[in-house]
Design a binder for this molecule. Structure first.
Ligand SMILES: [Zn+2]
Length: 517
């Protein structure tokens, strides 16, 4: 009797479950995303030859010698920015002399290129214009820590270009213009109008650069861009656990940002007769409460769940079972993600206490204390929810919370096979990296795209080059680098994208879904 019960209530359901998990895994491993590969065949164009690869690398290397550092908001190297403008003019003579290309300097140091299509009238049933974005500025470097080459030397050693900006983001600036110059050399006439926007202060807010480019566009009557593509994620190699293939990550949103100040005011006094609680003690308990009660996991509310379902077909079998059955196993995956700060940041609003102040003399109990808390807000979270959570876990009305700085997460742009702009970018990526798997994600870092939110609801992010565990450390770190070969593919991506976007059918998909594959 007992064994009968075991069979009916345990073994049979368990077997069904195993079969279901296996079937889901098999189905998902067989699923191929048919990104529209009928795009313009880039191989039919003259190929970029070896000698030109070297020249292009040298032009990038020269751009890396120009110290366009953004130090802090409103503090950037204006002379260097103007030098970089001159370098672009010298490097790309066809672009800068073409009668169909207009170049505007925006707010002194940013650049806006308008490539006028010959089929151009906005109301003519022609596709609306799109924009390629990148930034001219770079972050500062730590003194003397670069091992291979100096950060502003622009050296090429054994096929690798070294320098601040090699990945973030002068390769985008130079790569986009190389692609355009190449197409002009080949007498390509664009049908569709598009823009290239280079901000000059992305690293310190983007307010003066991209913010003013957006303003300029609106003032000149451009109210809608089909899509905007900016830097962001990369083509990841050996960086996604459980997947051997390259993973081409397209950012479809980015986290928001909030800096809060916690403050406590209490009666000051002499340290010889201390009260039970002090301003420092109350604040310390609040900080502890925030650190021990992280914001809730939002796994499944942003693009993170789709990231795993998109890569499930390329994952190793064990990972594939997990990624293909998130309807059941997402709590397990969420738990696994929470084990490392890097992966945990994907699924929730993060909390970092960055400054703490209180007291000024060793025998005086201070009357006040304060702490600064920096949150990166998950796209499914909001400032109100963040503050609400903080108040609840601190649970002490003596701790006041003030917002110092805030901007919201960008809305999640539509993605999937049936979203034209996403499909266009994905299929262009696949033309250059055919073996890679495409996956949508939320970018943990911020870009200039938040300045373009009012101009388009299709904002995407990819820096179209391979990022490895070695090169990853160079972004805002030491020995920033890109190989000449990778840079070559970088340019090929933009050639493919510009040609694909110029096809009349580039906008034929109109249905907008988030989750539908
Ligand atoms: Zn950047």
């Amino acid at each position: 009797m007992c064994s009968k019960v075991f069979v009916i209530f345990v073994l049979v359901p368990a077997s069904f479950l195993v079969i279901l998990l296996a079937l889901n895994t098999i189905t998902s491993r067989q699923r191929q995303f048919q990104w529209d590969m009928n795009r313009k065949d880039v191989t039919s164009l003259p190929q970029l030859d070896r000698e030109r690869i070297q020249q292009r690398a040298e032009r990038l290397a020269k751009a890396l010698t120009i110290q366009t550092i953004s130090w802090e908001r409103d503090v950037f190297e204006t002379e260097a920015l103007l030098q970089l403008h001159q370098h672009l003019k010298n490097s790309f003579p066809l672009i800068h002399s073409s009668p169909s290309i207009e170049v505007n300097v925006i707010n002194g140091y940013s650049l806006l290129y308008t490539i006028h299509g010959n089929n151009n009238d906005k109301n003519d049933g022609v596709l609306p214009p799109y924009m390629l974005a990148a930034h001219l500025d770079v972050v500062p470097v730590a003194n003397g820590t670069w091992k291979v080459a100096d950060p502003f030397e622009g050296r090429i050693i054994d096929g690798v270009i070294y320098g601040r900006g090699a990945l973030d983001d002068k390769s985008s600036v130079m790569g986009i213009l190389e692609a355009l110059e190449f197409l002009l050399e080949n007498k390509y006439n664009f049908h569709r109008t598009f823009y290239i926007g280079f901000g000059h202060d992305e690293e310190v807010s983007g307010f003066e650069g991209a913010g003013h480019i957006a303003k300029h566009l609106k003032e000149t009557g451009v109210s809608h861009l089909d899509f905007v593509l900016d830097e962001g994620y990369f083509v990841l190699e050996d960086l996604v656990e459980g997947v051997d293939d390259l993973v081409s990550v397209i950012g479809v949103t980015e986290k928001g940002y909030a800096t809060l100040e916690l403050s406590v005011e209490m009666t000051p006094g002499h340290s010889s007769i201390p009260p039970k609680e002090t301003a420092i003690g109350v604040l310390a308990k609040a900080v502890l409460a925030l650190e021990t009660n992280p914001h809730p996991s939002m796994f499944g509310h942003g693009p993170e769940m789709d990231f795993f379902s998109y890569i499930s077909s390329s994952a190793k079998i064990g990972h594939s079972v997990l990624f293909s059955n998130l309807w059941l196993l997402s709590p397990l995956l969420s738990k696994l993600l929470s084990r490392s700060p890097v992966t945990d940041a994907i699924q929730r609003t993060t909390t970092a206490v960055t400054i703490i102040q209180g007291g000024y003399k060793h025998n005086v109990i201070p009357g006040s204390s304060s702490a600064t808390v920096n949150h990166r807000i998950h796209p499914a979270d909001s400032l109100d929810q963040v503050i609400e959570h903080n108040r609840r876990v601190i649970n002490d009305p003596r701790v006041r919370i003030k917002v110092i700085d805030y901007y919201p997460p960008t809305p999640i742009s539509p993605y999937g096979l049936d979203v034209s702009a996403f499909n266009l970018i994905a299929s262009s990526v696949k033309q250059i990296y055919p073996s890679s798997v495409i996956a949508p994600a939320c970018s943990p870092a911020n870009t200039d795209l938040r300045r373009y939110v009012e101009l388009s609801d299709h904002l995407y992010r990819i820096t179209p080059t391979v990022l490895t565990p070695v090169t990853r450390g160079g972004i805002h770190g030491d020995d920033e680098q890109i190989t000449i070969e990778h840079y070559h593919n970088f340019i090929r991506f933009y050639v493919a994208l510009m040609l694909n976007a110029d096809q009349p059918e580039a906008g034929h998909l109109t249905v907008r879904h988030h989750r539908e594959l």
